[in-house]
Design a protein. Structure first.
Length: 100
């Protein structure tokens, strides 16, 4: 049984990882929206899920916010680009992480 918020989160997270990644709807819309934004799956899973009606709007919002944030990082990091157009290793790894 769920006694407190920590147990509620743990239960919702388990359902997110075990069921929602396969498209089996177990969570309510509010929790699904929060988890999709703050605990996103890998890009391959997100691409598969966004074809499902329950995820279409959430995925569209996520993609818009993601593109805006990545654009902000690219503009910030532009001043650190070398003459050949590459970034320092730490920044390059960070950008690669964002695209996963």
């Amino acid at each position: 049984s769920i006694r407190n918020n920590r147990d509620r989160f743990a239960d919702d997270y388990i359902q997110w990882v075990l069921y929602e990644k396969d498209g089996i709807m177990k969570l309510n819309n509010v929790v699904r929206d929060m988890f999709y934004r703050h605990i996103p799956f890998k890009k391959e899973l997100r691409d598969r899920l966004e074809n499902m009606p329950a995820y279409t709007e959430i995925a569209n919002r996520f993609r818009n916010v993601f593109n805006r944030e990545v654009g902000n990082y690219e503009r910030k990091f532009k001043k650190y680009q070398r003459d050949d157009g590459t970034l320092p290793e730490a920044l390059q790894k960070f950008m690669e992480f964002l695209y996963k």
